[in-house]
Design a protein around this ligand. Structure first.
Ligand code: ZN
Length: 273
């Protein structure tokens, strides 16, 4: 059960496409940027109140938060980030539940980013985590999350969620975004776009700009932990590695990994519970 839970939750990160959609992201988005921010904050409040999410407190884990915060700040410094000033960017670390690790990270509309300790422990250098975070930042910044929610729920219902009159829909949205219920898969286009933006964002940071590819390679090396059908995503992790590396090459950005990347990352992991 533990493995299956990891697999199911992880699938939201690697973007299992359960529905076929060729619609280009953003084509019909009429939600405003401020709506994204408000919906994200509403979802974040709901997650904070939900006892099934054990969010580590920044007061209790200042070293851990200083590390992920500086990583996120550096990524957000990229000129490729569209809503750096408009979104209420925030990073949250979710502690694994007692029944096993959760290999997941996710974003709300408007810039609330969440990463589970299970995924942090799965990775072994900071460039990998930078790849994962920049991918999630891209899902928020390219408005994939609000596009997806608008498609599924419609704009008037989402506005009611923000105003607090649609609590059951809010709970459903949280379980979809956070992966604890039926997942909210991104389209193939959205995943490819997030992969590309992760390279663009990381190009101006100290991290290897193909960090997301490293993360998928690690996933492939640990394939036996995951059910093969979950690796057969669309695009597959193999193709994503190739595409990310090809894009990094075309951009000419730095893919070297600092000698101390793994050491700094281990120190960060040791600051966690
Ligand atoms: Zn993704």
């Amino acid at each position: 059960m533990r493995a299956l839970r990891s697999v199911i939750l992880f699938s939201s990160l690697i973007g299992v496409t359960l529905i076929t959609s060729c619609e280009r992201n953003g084509d019909f988005l009429v939600f405003s940027v401020q709506n994204d921010v408000d919906l994200g904050e509403t979802i974040a409040e709901q997650i904070a109140e939900d006892p099934s999410f054990d969010i580590l407190s920044p007061q209790q884990y200042p070293v851990s938060y200083a590390y992920v915060q500086s990583m996120m700040d550096e990524i957000l410094e990229s000129e490729e980030v569209t809503y750096k000033e408009d979104f209420s960017w925030k990073i949250n670390i979710i502690n694994d539940p007692s029944n096993g690790p959760v290999l997941n990270a996710f974003a709300t509309p408007g810039g609330q980013i969440y990463v589970h300790t299970g995924l942090i422990y799965f990775l072994d250098k900071e460039d990998d985590l930078a790849g994962v975070l920049s991918q999630e930042i891209a899902h928020a910044d390219q408005r994939h999350v609000s596009t997806k929610l608008q498609r599924e729920y419609g704009i008037s219902l989402l506005l009611n969620v923000i105003s607090g009159s649609e609590t059951s829909s809010l709970e459903r949205i949280v379980s979809q975004i956070a992966g604890s219920g039926s997942i909210l898969p991104y389209s193939r286009d959205a995943e490819a776009e997030a992969d590309e933006y992760s390279v663009r964002y990381l190009a101006s940071t100290q991290y290897a700009c193909n960090g997301a590819a490293d993360f998928f390679e690690k996933l492939l090396r640990n394939e036996e932990q995951f059910q093969p059908e979950y690796l057969n995503t669309h695009p597959s992790p193999e193709n994503r590695v190739e595409d990310i590396n090809a894009f990094a090459l075309s951009l000419g950005c730095d893919t070297t990994i600092d000698d101390n990347s793994a050491l700094r990352y281990v120190n960060f992991r040791n600051s966690l519970p």
